[in-house]
Design a protein around this ligand. Structure first.
Ligand code: SF4
Length: 376
Protein backbone atom coordinates (compact mmCIF):
# COMPACT_ATOMS: atom_id res chain seq x y z
CA UNK A 1 0.00 0.00 0.00
CA UNK A 2 1.31 3.45 -0.95
CA UNK A 3 1.01 5.45 2.25
CA UNK A 4 0.26 9.13 2.02
CA UNK A 5 -1.15 11.45 -0.55
CA UNK A 6 -0.37 10.98 -4.26
CA UNK A 7 -1.32 14.36 -5.74
CA UNK A 8 -1.29 13.24 -9.36
CA UNK A 9 -1.56 9.61 -10.39
CA UNK A 10 -1.26 8.56 -14.02
CA UNK A 11 -2.90 5.26 -14.91
CA UNK A 12 -2.02 4.51 -18.54
CA UNK A 13 -3.71 1.78 -20.53
CA UNK A 14 -2.96 -0.01 -23.79
CA UNK A 15 -6.51 0.45 -25.05
CA UNK A 16 -5.37 0.84 -28.66
CA UNK A 17 -2.20 -0.33 -30.32
CA UNK A 18 -3.25 0.37 -33.90
CA UNK A 19 -1.49 3.07 -35.88
CA UNK A 20 -0.47 3.44 -39.49
CA UNK A 21 2.38 5.77 -38.63
CA UNK A 22 6.08 5.28 -39.25
CA UNK A 23 7.89 6.55 -36.15
CA UNK A 24 11.37 4.99 -36.49
CA UNK A 25 11.58 4.05 -32.80
CA UNK A 26 8.02 2.84 -32.22
CA UNK A 27 7.82 0.41 -29.25
CA UNK A 28 4.83 -1.46 -30.71
CA UNK A 29 5.14 -4.58 -32.84
CA UNK A 30 3.96 -4.62 -36.45
CA UNK A 31 1.10 -6.97 -35.50
CA UNK A 32 -0.03 -4.58 -32.79
CA UNK A 33 0.08 -1.59 -35.12
CA UNK A 34 -1.95 -3.39 -37.79
CA UNK A 35 -4.73 -4.29 -35.37
CA UNK A 36 -7.89 -2.60 -36.69
CA UNK A 37 -9.76 -2.68 -33.39
CA UNK A 38 -9.08 -1.96 -29.72
CA UNK A 39 -6.41 -4.13 -28.09
CA UNK A 40 -8.49 -4.76 -24.98
CA UNK A 41 -11.91 -4.21 -23.45
CA UNK A 42 -13.22 -1.68 -20.91
CA UNK A 43 -13.81 -4.60 -18.53
CA UNK A 44 -10.16 -5.72 -18.62
CA UNK A 45 -8.95 -2.14 -18.30
CA UNK A 46 -11.18 -1.61 -15.26
CA UNK A 47 -10.12 -4.94 -13.78
CA UNK A 48 -6.47 -3.86 -13.96
CA UNK A 49 -7.27 -0.45 -12.53
CA UNK A 50 -9.26 -1.99 -9.67
CA UNK A 51 -6.29 -4.20 -8.77
CA UNK A 52 -3.95 -1.20 -8.88
CA UNK A 53 -6.37 0.91 -6.82
CA UNK A 54 -5.95 -1.46 -3.86
CA UNK A 55 -2.41 -0.11 -3.56
CA UNK A 56 -3.40 3.56 -3.30
CA UNK A 57 -5.13 5.16 -0.35
CA UNK A 58 -5.20 8.86 -1.17
CA UNK A 59 -5.13 10.26 -4.71
CA UNK A 60 -5.68 13.87 -5.79
CA UNK A 61 -6.08 13.95 -9.57
CA UNK A 62 -6.36 10.71 -11.50
CA UNK A 63 -5.22 10.96 -15.13
CA UNK A 64 -6.36 7.90 -17.07
CA UNK A 65 -4.26 7.49 -20.21
CA UNK A 66 -6.34 5.96 -22.97
CA UNK A 67 -3.44 4.93 -25.19
CA UNK A 68 -1.19 3.95 -26.63
CA UNK A 69 -1.29 4.54 -30.39
CA UNK A 70 -4.02 6.13 -32.49
CA UNK A 71 -7.22 5.91 -30.45
CA UNK A 72 -8.96 8.37 -32.79
CA UNK A 73 -8.73 5.91 -35.68
CA UNK A 74 -10.59 3.08 -33.91
CA UNK A 75 -14.12 2.06 -34.90
CA UNK A 76 -17.00 4.29 -33.79
CA UNK A 77 -17.89 2.02 -30.85
CA UNK A 78 -14.73 3.22 -29.08
CA UNK A 79 -16.57 6.35 -27.90
CA UNK A 80 -18.98 4.25 -25.90
CA UNK A 81 -16.14 2.03 -24.60
CA UNK A 82 -14.13 5.02 -23.40
CA UNK A 83 -17.29 6.30 -21.71
CA UNK A 84 -17.62 2.98 -19.88
CA UNK A 85 -14.04 3.31 -18.64
CA UNK A 86 -14.74 6.89 -17.51
CA UNK A 87 -17.86 5.74 -15.65
CA UNK A 88 -16.19 2.70 -14.09
CA UNK A 89 -13.18 4.57 -12.75
CA UNK A 90 -15.21 7.18 -10.86
CA UNK A 91 -14.25 7.04 -7.19
CA UNK A 92 -12.12 3.94 -7.75
CA UNK A 93 -8.94 5.55 -6.39
CA UNK A 94 -10.81 7.87 -4.05
CA UNK A 95 -9.62 10.63 -6.37
CA UNK A 96 -10.89 14.23 -6.26
CA UNK A 97 -10.78 14.73 -10.07
CA UNK A 98 -10.55 12.52 -13.12
CA UNK A 99 -8.96 13.32 -16.47
CA UNK A 100 -8.93 11.18 -19.58
CA UNK A 101 -5.83 11.58 -21.75
CA UNK A 102 -6.54 10.16 -25.18
CA UNK A 103 -3.60 9.32 -27.44
CA UNK A 104 -3.44 9.97 -31.14
CA UNK A 105 -0.73 10.01 -33.77
CA UNK A 106 -3.07 11.83 -36.19
CA UNK A 107 -1.84 9.56 -38.98
CA UNK A 108 -4.68 8.95 -41.42
CA UNK A 109 -7.53 11.20 -42.47
CA UNK A 110 -7.34 14.35 -40.39
CA UNK A 111 -10.99 15.37 -40.84
CA UNK A 112 -12.24 12.03 -39.57
CA UNK A 113 -9.96 12.10 -36.54
CA UNK A 114 -10.81 15.69 -35.69
CA UNK A 115 -14.51 14.83 -35.93
CA UNK A 116 -13.94 11.87 -33.60
CA UNK A 117 -12.10 14.07 -31.10
CA UNK A 118 -14.97 16.58 -31.13
CA UNK A 119 -17.49 13.77 -30.55
CA UNK A 120 -15.43 12.54 -27.61
CA UNK A 121 -15.39 16.05 -26.15
CA UNK A 122 -19.14 16.27 -26.56
CA UNK A 123 -19.73 12.84 -25.01
CA UNK A 124 -17.43 13.65 -22.08
CA UNK A 125 -20.01 16.21 -20.89
CA UNK A 126 -21.80 13.23 -19.33
CA UNK A 127 -18.72 11.45 -17.99
CA UNK A 128 -17.66 13.66 -15.09
CA UNK A 129 -14.13 13.62 -16.50
CA UNK A 130 -12.22 16.19 -18.54
CA UNK A 131 -10.85 14.93 -21.85
CA UNK A 132 -7.39 15.90 -23.10
CA UNK A 133 -5.55 14.71 -26.15
CA UNK A 134 -1.95 13.51 -26.29
CA UNK A 135 -0.65 13.96 -29.83
CA UNK A 136 2.45 11.87 -30.47
CA UNK A 137 4.25 13.58 -33.34
CA UNK A 138 6.95 11.96 -35.47
CA UNK A 139 9.82 14.47 -35.60
CA UNK A 140 11.40 12.52 -38.46
CA UNK A 141 8.71 13.97 -40.74
CA UNK A 142 9.54 17.25 -42.39
CA UNK A 143 6.55 17.98 -44.58
CA UNK A 144 4.77 21.26 -43.89
CA UNK A 145 1.46 19.49 -44.41
CA UNK A 146 2.11 17.09 -41.54
CA UNK A 147 2.95 19.85 -39.06
CA UNK A 148 0.06 22.01 -40.29
CA UNK A 149 -2.24 19.03 -39.61
CA UNK A 150 -0.95 18.78 -36.06
CA UNK A 151 -1.51 22.51 -35.53
CA UNK A 152 -4.93 22.39 -37.12
CA UNK A 153 -6.00 19.52 -34.82
CA UNK A 154 -4.77 21.33 -31.72
CA UNK A 155 -6.59 24.45 -32.75
CA UNK A 156 -9.87 22.60 -33.51
CA UNK A 157 -10.05 20.92 -30.12
CA UNK A 158 -9.06 24.15 -28.39
CA UNK A 159 -11.87 26.05 -30.12
CA UNK A 160 -14.37 23.31 -29.36
CA UNK A 161 -13.71 23.69 -25.66
CA UNK A 162 -14.48 27.38 -25.81
CA UNK A 163 -12.67 29.06 -22.98
CA UNK A 164 -8.95 28.46 -22.93
CA UNK A 165 -6.61 29.49 -20.15
CA UNK A 166 -3.24 31.13 -20.70
CA UNK A 167 -1.60 27.74 -20.40
CA UNK A 168 -3.66 26.27 -23.19
CA UNK A 169 -6.23 23.53 -22.80
CA UNK A 170 -4.06 20.80 -21.33
CA UNK A 171 -3.58 18.88 -24.56
CA UNK A 172 -0.06 17.50 -24.73
CA UNK A 173 2.30 17.37 -27.67
CA UNK A 174 4.76 14.50 -27.46
CA UNK A 175 7.73 14.75 -29.81
CA UNK A 176 9.24 11.36 -30.65
CA UNK A 177 12.99 11.42 -31.42
CA UNK A 178 15.20 8.99 -33.30
CA UNK A 179 18.92 9.34 -33.88
CA UNK A 180 18.99 8.79 -37.64
CA UNK A 181 16.38 11.45 -38.28
CA UNK A 182 16.89 14.16 -35.69
CA UNK A 183 15.18 17.31 -36.97
CA UNK A 184 16.75 20.75 -37.00
CA UNK A 185 15.83 21.87 -33.45
CA UNK A 186 15.19 25.49 -34.52
CA UNK A 187 12.90 24.39 -37.33
CA UNK A 188 10.99 22.06 -35.01
CA UNK A 189 10.66 24.77 -32.34
CA UNK A 190 9.25 27.20 -34.89
CA UNK A 191 6.77 24.59 -36.14
CA UNK A 192 5.34 24.03 -32.65
CA UNK A 193 5.74 27.53 -31.20
CA UNK A 194 1.92 27.98 -31.20
CA UNK A 195 1.60 25.27 -28.56
CA UNK A 196 0.74 26.70 -25.12
CA UNK A 197 0.31 23.43 -23.23
CA UNK A 198 3.13 21.02 -22.29
CA UNK A 199 5.50 19.57 -24.83
CA UNK A 200 7.34 16.37 -23.98
CA UNK A 201 10.24 14.74 -25.74
CA UNK A 202 10.28 10.98 -25.97
CA UNK A 203 13.20 8.73 -26.90
CA UNK A 204 13.33 4.92 -26.77
CA UNK A 205 17.05 3.97 -26.97
CA UNK A 206 16.29 0.24 -26.95
CA UNK A 207 14.46 0.67 -30.28
CA UNK A 208 16.83 3.17 -31.87
CA UNK A 209 19.15 1.55 -34.44
CA UNK A 210 21.03 4.81 -34.82
CA UNK A 211 22.53 4.26 -31.37
CA UNK A 212 25.10 1.92 -32.89
CA UNK A 213 26.60 4.64 -35.06
CA UNK A 214 29.77 6.50 -34.16
CA UNK A 215 29.11 9.58 -32.03
CA UNK A 216 25.38 8.84 -31.69
CA UNK A 217 25.13 9.66 -27.98
CA UNK A 218 27.07 12.88 -28.46
CA UNK A 219 24.67 13.95 -31.22
CA UNK A 220 21.63 13.19 -29.08
CA UNK A 221 23.15 15.13 -26.17
CA UNK A 222 23.88 18.13 -28.40
CA UNK A 223 20.38 18.05 -29.86
CA UNK A 224 18.78 17.97 -26.41
CA UNK A 225 20.88 20.92 -25.17
CA UNK A 226 19.85 22.95 -28.18
CA UNK A 227 16.21 22.07 -27.60
CA UNK A 228 16.59 23.08 -23.96
CA UNK A 229 18.05 26.45 -24.99
CA UNK A 230 15.45 27.16 -27.68
CA UNK A 231 12.44 26.25 -25.57
CA UNK A 232 13.78 27.96 -22.43
CA UNK A 233 14.60 31.18 -24.28
CA UNK A 234 11.30 31.00 -26.16
CA UNK A 235 9.47 30.55 -22.83
CA UNK A 236 7.66 27.53 -24.22
CA UNK A 237 5.99 25.02 -21.92
CA UNK A 238 8.79 22.53 -22.30
CA UNK A 239 8.66 19.55 -19.96
CA UNK A 240 12.40 19.07 -20.51
CA UNK A 241 13.17 22.55 -19.18
CA UNK A 242 10.70 22.34 -16.30
CA UNK A 243 11.73 18.89 -15.15
CA UNK A 244 15.48 19.36 -15.51
CA UNK A 245 15.28 22.60 -13.53
CA UNK A 246 13.18 21.00 -10.80
CA UNK A 247 15.51 18.05 -10.45
CA UNK A 248 18.54 20.29 -9.83
CA UNK A 249 17.21 20.55 -6.27
CA UNK A 250 18.36 16.97 -5.80
CA UNK A 251 21.91 17.66 -7.04
CA UNK A 252 23.33 18.01 -3.57
CA UNK A 253 21.05 15.51 -1.88
CA UNK A 254 22.50 12.13 -0.99
CA UNK A 255 22.12 9.08 -3.18
CA UNK A 256 19.59 7.70 -0.70
CA UNK A 257 17.26 10.68 -1.21
CA UNK A 258 17.68 10.52 -4.99
CA UNK A 259 16.72 6.85 -5.01
CA UNK A 260 13.74 7.48 -2.75
CA UNK A 261 12.60 10.27 -5.07
CA UNK A 262 12.83 7.97 -8.11
CA UNK A 263 10.86 5.25 -6.32
CA UNK A 264 8.14 7.70 -5.30
CA UNK A 265 7.89 8.99 -8.84
CA UNK A 266 7.58 5.42 -10.07
CA UNK A 267 4.67 4.89 -7.68
CA UNK A 268 2.84 7.80 -9.33
CA UNK A 269 2.65 6.05 -12.71
CA UNK A 270 0.70 2.84 -13.33
CA UNK A 271 0.47 0.89 -16.59
CA UNK A 272 -2.40 -1.50 -17.23
CA UNK A 273 -1.63 -4.13 -19.88
CA UNK A 274 -4.22 -5.33 -22.41
CA UNK A 275 -4.74 -8.52 -20.36
CA UNK A 276 -5.60 -6.53 -17.22
CA UNK A 277 -2.30 -7.02 -15.36
CA UNK A 278 -0.60 -3.87 -14.09
CA UNK A 279 2.82 -2.56 -13.12
CA UNK A 280 4.36 0.76 -12.16
CA UNK A 281 6.10 3.03 -14.66
CA UNK A 282 8.42 5.97 -14.20
CA UNK A 283 8.46 9.74 -14.64
CA UNK A 284 11.52 10.89 -16.52
CA UNK A 285 12.65 14.33 -17.67
CA UNK A 286 11.46 13.20 -21.07
CA UNK A 287 7.95 11.68 -21.14
CA UNK A 288 6.55 9.18 -18.64
CA UNK A 289 7.84 5.74 -19.46
CA UNK A 290 6.59 2.17 -19.38
CA UNK A 291 9.78 0.20 -18.60
CA UNK A 292 8.20 -3.09 -19.71
CA UNK A 293 7.64 -1.68 -23.20
CA UNK A 294 10.66 0.58 -23.42
CA UNK A 295 13.20 -1.80 -21.94
CA UNK A 296 12.37 -5.32 -23.15
CA UNK A 297 15.84 -6.60 -22.24
CA UNK A 298 15.54 -5.70 -18.55
CA UNK A 299 15.77 -8.77 -16.38
CA UNK A 300 13.61 -8.37 -13.35
CA UNK A 301 14.94 -5.03 -12.07
CA UNK A 302 12.58 -2.62 -10.38
CA UNK A 303 10.65 -0.26 -12.59
CA UNK A 304 12.64 2.69 -11.23
CA UNK A 305 15.96 0.84 -11.79
CA UNK A 306 17.25 1.59 -8.32
CA UNK A 307 18.50 -1.85 -7.27
CA UNK A 308 22.19 -1.96 -6.21
CA UNK A 309 23.34 -3.74 -9.44
CA UNK A 310 21.51 -1.19 -11.58
CA UNK A 311 22.98 1.76 -9.68
CA UNK A 312 26.44 0.15 -9.82
CA UNK A 313 26.11 -0.26 -13.58
CA UNK A 314 25.31 3.43 -13.96
CA UNK A 315 27.89 4.76 -11.60
CA UNK A 316 30.72 2.61 -12.93
CA UNK A 317 30.14 3.89 -16.47
CA UNK A 318 33.03 6.24 -17.42
CA UNK A 319 30.74 9.17 -18.32
CA UNK A 320 28.70 8.83 -15.13
CA UNK A 321 31.48 8.08 -12.64
CA UNK A 322 32.34 11.71 -11.96
CA UNK A 323 29.14 13.30 -13.23
CA UNK A 324 28.13 16.12 -10.85
CA UNK A 325 24.49 15.59 -11.82
CA UNK A 326 24.24 11.93 -10.86
CA UNK A 327 21.76 12.49 -8.02
CA UNK A 328 19.61 14.81 -10.14
CA UNK A 329 19.82 12.23 -12.91
CA UNK A 330 18.64 9.34 -10.71
CA UNK A 331 15.93 11.32 -8.92
CA UNK A 332 14.49 12.47 -12.25
CA UNK A 333 14.42 9.03 -13.87
CA UNK A 334 16.99 10.12 -16.49
CA UNK A 335 19.31 7.29 -15.41
CA UNK A 336 16.68 4.79 -16.62
CA UNK A 337 17.10 6.13 -20.15
CA UNK A 338 20.87 5.95 -19.69
CA UNK A 339 20.71 2.34 -18.50
CA UNK A 340 18.71 1.34 -21.56
CA UNK A 341 21.26 2.96 -23.86
CA UNK A 342 24.11 1.29 -21.94
CA UNK A 343 22.82 -2.15 -22.94
CA UNK A 344 24.31 -1.36 -26.38
CA UNK A 345 27.66 -0.46 -24.81
CA UNK A 346 28.86 -3.32 -22.59
CA UNK A 347 32.27 -1.61 -22.25
CA UNK A 348 30.64 1.66 -21.12
CA UNK A 349 30.60 5.09 -22.72
CA UNK A 350 32.54 8.33 -22.46
CA UNK A 351 29.43 10.22 -23.62
CA UNK A 352 26.41 10.65 -21.37
CA UNK A 353 24.22 7.62 -22.11
CA UNK A 354 20.92 9.38 -21.39
CA UNK A 355 21.86 12.38 -23.56
CA UNK A 356 20.74 14.64 -20.73
CA UNK A 357 23.92 15.77 -19.02
CA UNK A 358 24.22 18.85 -21.23
CA UNK A 359 20.66 19.88 -20.33
CA UNK A 360 21.43 19.52 -16.60
CA UNK A 361 24.52 21.64 -17.12
CA UNK A 362 22.60 24.33 -19.01
CA UNK A 363 19.93 24.44 -16.29
CA UNK A 364 22.61 24.63 -13.61
CA UNK A 365 24.29 27.57 -15.37
CA UNK A 366 20.90 29.31 -15.66
CA UNK A 367 20.33 28.83 -11.96
CA UNK A 368 23.78 30.14 -11.03
CA UNK A 369 23.27 33.16 -13.26
CA UNK A 370 19.89 33.91 -11.63
CA UNK A 371 21.47 33.63 -8.19
CA UNK A 372 24.40 35.85 -9.18
CA UNK A 373 22.01 38.53 -10.45
CA UNK A 374 19.90 38.32 -7.31
CA UNK A 375 23.00 39.01 -5.19
CA UNK A 376 24.52 41.66 -7.47
S1 SF4 B 1 23.48 12.81 -16.60
FE1 SF4 B 1 24.36 11.33 -18.05
S2 SF4 B 1 26.52 11.20 -17.44
FE2 SF4 B 1 25.39 12.10 -15.72
S3 SF4 B 1 24.85 10.34 -14.40
FE3 SF4 B 1 23.11 10.74 -15.79
S4 SF4 B 1 23.42 9.36 -17.52
FE4 SF4 B 1 25.39 9.51 -16.43
Amino acid sequence: MIQGHVPYLIVATDYATSCSGTCPTCVLSREERLRPMAATTPELMLKGMRAAAETYSDVGTLAVGVGRANVLDLPEGSIDEIGRVAGGVQGMFGQRDTLLEISTSLVGKLDRQTARALRLLEASGGWNADVRFVVVANTALHSDKYWKNVESFMSSVEQARGEVGEDGNGDILQLALSLDSLPDPAELASRVSYQKAPMNLTWAPAFDRGLEREGALRRMGEWIVEWYRLTADGEMDSSLVNRVRQSLRMMDSGLKEAVEHARNSSAAVVYVRPDGRWHNGLFTVLAEMDPVRFDPEADGGQMAATTPPELRRLMSNPACRDCPFVNACISSGSHRIGLMALRRFPQGTEDCPSGLRGAFEAAWKDREETRRRAHA
